[in-house]
Design a binder for this molecule. Structure first.
Ligand code: SAM
Length: 264
């Protein structure tokens, strides 16, 4: 993540759509496939028969996970290229998922109040310009007692300065972190060697205090927070995951819309 530049999120994600989809479909995104994805699904509980809305669904990785677990899923994303890929995968292997090109902040204009049991966002809220407003919009489309479950980069390990100190053999010694309280807009550089292309997307950093204020102002109650990380057995089988067994890279919010909430 580098310094701020202004650019349009849809254009940015459309540019990276093909490489992003390949990154996941090829298995190269091992943190997602082996660590935070399965834990996000587990946090959703039994989704069988539930009406689920997946915000910032991208090419449908988590929408498909929910549908495979028995949910009726609607996925929305700003990027028409990612939605095209999601629809292509849906026609290859139909799971009954509906996809729409919609800004997550505007779901209230497209979807009825109280029409979902579950709203999810897999590593997408931090890429949206106003996640507080999106959470409020999510609470409106949820039934009373409905759940909102989302993952973001862990605020404590994703500050502006972040660097693994390494020994002479390149082994990771310790993670250096600084400037945690410098929240705000940033640019995410998609430049890892595991990608087939490079691109940049806009993103926003928030402290844990800010995330909890967004959650509270949308009227949600926190059921649980979790910090996905691999077990020592998983690291034994997948040594590439060793770094995220030492420090939390991801944070999952498991929220509930209380029965007594009257959305403004
Ligand atoms: C890191 S990707 C995650 C995609 C998907 N959830 C996944 O796990 O692969 C972030 C996604 O958020 C989407 N996005 C960014 N701003 C958005 C907005 N305002 N409304 C809907 N989607 C948005 C991007 O197009 C991108 O697909």
């Amino acid at each position: 993540v580098t310094d701020r530049i202004d650019f349009d999120a849809r254009t940015a994600w459309n540019k990276g759509a093909e490489a992003y989809s390949k990154f996941i479909e090829s298995g190269a995104d091992y943190y997602r496939l082996l660590v935070h994805g399965p834990e996000l699904l587990a946090a959703c509980g039994d989704v069988h028969g539930k009406r689920a809305l997946d915000l910032g669904c991208g090419h449908g990785y988590f929408s498909r996970a929910l549908a495979n677990a028995g949910a009726q899923v609607v996925g929305v994303d700003l990027s028409d290229r990612l939605i095209d890929r999601a629809r292509a995968l849906e026609s290859q292997t139909p799971l009954g998922i509906e996809y729409h090109v919609v800004d997550a902040a505007r779901i209230g204009e497209r979807l009825a109040d109280a029409s979902f049991d579950l709203v999810t966002a897999c590593m997408s809220l931090q890429d949206m310009v106003d996640p507080a407003y999106v959470l409020l919009a999510a609470s409106r489309v949820l039934t009373e007692g409905g759940r909102m479950v989302f993952s973001v980069p862990h605020p404590a390990t994703d500050p502006p300065h972040r660097e693994w100190l390494r020994d002479g053999h390149g082994r990771k010694l310790s993670l250096c972190l600084d400037r945690y309280f410098e929240a705000g807009p940033a640019v995410c550089d998609w430049n890892m060697k595991r990608l087939t292309a490079t691109w940049q997307t806009p993103c926003w950093r928030f402290t844990l205090t800010q995330w909890s204020a967004f959650v509270r102002s949308a009227g949600f109650m926190i059921r649980a927070l979790s910090e996905p990380h691999p077990s020592s057995e998983t690291v034994g089988a997948h040594p590439e995951l060793e770094d995220c067994s030492r420090m939390p890279y991801f944070l999952i919010f498991d929220l509930m819309k209380p029965g007594w909430l009257r959305t403004p």
